[in-house]
Design a protein around this ligand. Structure first.
Ligand SMILES: Nc1nc2c(ncn2[C@@H]2O[C@H](COP(=O)(O)OP(=O)(O)O)[C@@H](O)[C@H]2O)c(=O)[nH]1
Ligand SMILES: [Mg+2]
Length: 328
């Protein structure tokens, strides 16, 4: 997920209770006055628990503030309503303990019968039982945190082009050519492969280009449900798809196979698709001819990968076919 989020893990309920009790008794042992001692015990316990719980739930972004793409992935990864329930439980428990603390402090302050110890004990007993009931939510929370970290660190403030195509057709080569730099690598949930991300600056417009090895190289119907959802989530991120078509047989995939994949992508993704014909330098004339026929038969446009104005032409294509993007 984006750099701005660094999720805080929670200690297990048992560990949290032990550490808060330890802090409480340590700080209290330094006080001589009985009322002061019991007050300190309550406060120290509360402070420790509150610090841990609130820093955890504050570290998780508000669902409403996320991009559509992030929200979609969270829904697939952890289930938005489950996540909300868990966070609400943690927040509510913290509030309950805060209320118990206030009551205990009030009773200790106003006690005239030397019962301050009973009140702090009562507080600790109740607070501990609230935390014990949090066990499941803490475990669920920690599980979420691990999964939330799988959301790739991408930008949402620039248009995004996604590169698709079979393995070895020239996707990564194209990404490097377009962006002129080594791509940044991010993981993508439910897949063993990584996203390669680069940025191209053309005519003052910055575009995020993402190479998705292993994601868009098989028919979606051949994927399991969750994988399919994760792949379709790309639709929320992408503004344009660049399909790399290898006219030669050097990738090991025939034109027919590539056509099937391209037409599957065209069917599933509602956005402009442009075909970049790769390996033009080694392709035979009739291989190029057949590739062009293929592109035409699907009603798509093409660009050759050795086009001197590749970046400009891709940008131009997108501008011509896209809905407006944040005023660009
Ligand atoms: N001759 C030639 N080879 C290319 C071209 N593009 C990619 N290749 C080669 O094809 C192989 C696969 O390229 P790569 O970009 O890694 O493909 P990917 O698996 O789709 O990312 C590599 O050996 C590249 O050097 C091209 O335009 N011309
Ligand atoms: Mg590659």
């Amino acid at each position: 997920m984006s750099k701005e989020f660094s999720f805080v893990k929670l200690p297990e309920a048992k560990v949290l209770i032990e550490s808060a009790l330890r802090k409480a008794s340590k700080e209290a042992s330094m006080k001589r006055d009985p009322k002061e001692r019991e007050k300190t015990k309550v406060l120290a316990f509360y402070k420790e628990v509150s610090k841990k719980l609130s820093s955890a739930y504050r570290s998780v972004p508000k669902i409403e503030e996320l991009s559509e793409f992030q929200r979609e992935l969270i829904e697939i990864l952890v289930g938005t309503s489950e996540l909300k329930k868990t966070l609400a439980h943690i927040r509510k428990s913290e509030k309950i303990i805060s209320k118990l603390k206030k009551e205990a402090l009030y009773k200790i302050k106003n006690d005239t019968e030397g019962k301050e110890r009973n009140y702090s004990r009562e507080f600790l007993g109740r607070a501990v039982s609230v935390i014990k009931k949090l066990k499941k939510s803490i475990d669920a929370y920690n599980n979420y945190v691990v999964k939330l970290k799988e959301i790739p660190d991408v930008r949402y403030d620039v248009p995004t082009f996604i590169i698709a195509g079979f393995p070895n057709v020239g996707k990564t080569t194209l990404l490097k050519k377009l962006t002129g730099s080594e791509p940044k690598i991010a993981s993508y949930p439910f897949t063993t492969t990584k996203l390669n991300i680069g940025y191209m600056l053309t005519k003052g417009v910055e575009v995020q280009v993402i190479d998705t090895p292993g994601l868009l190289d098989r028919k979606l119907s051949e994927r399991n449900k969750i994988e399919r959802k994760a792949i379709l989530a790309l639709e929320h991120l992408a503004n344009c798809i660049i399909f790399v078509l290898d006219p030669t047989l050097t990738s090991g995939y025939t034109l027919e196979e590539q056509r099937n994949l391209l037409s599957d992508i065209k069917e599933r993704f509602d956005m402009p698709i442009i075909v970049v014909i790769s390996k033009v330098d080694i392709a035979e004339k009739d291989e190029i001819k057949r590739a062009l026929e293929l592109v035409k038969s699907l009603g798509l446009e093409h660009i050759f990968n050795n086009d001197k104005k590749l970046n400009e032409r891709l940008l131009g294509f997108w501008r011509e076919h896209s809905k407006p993007f944040c005023g660009i």
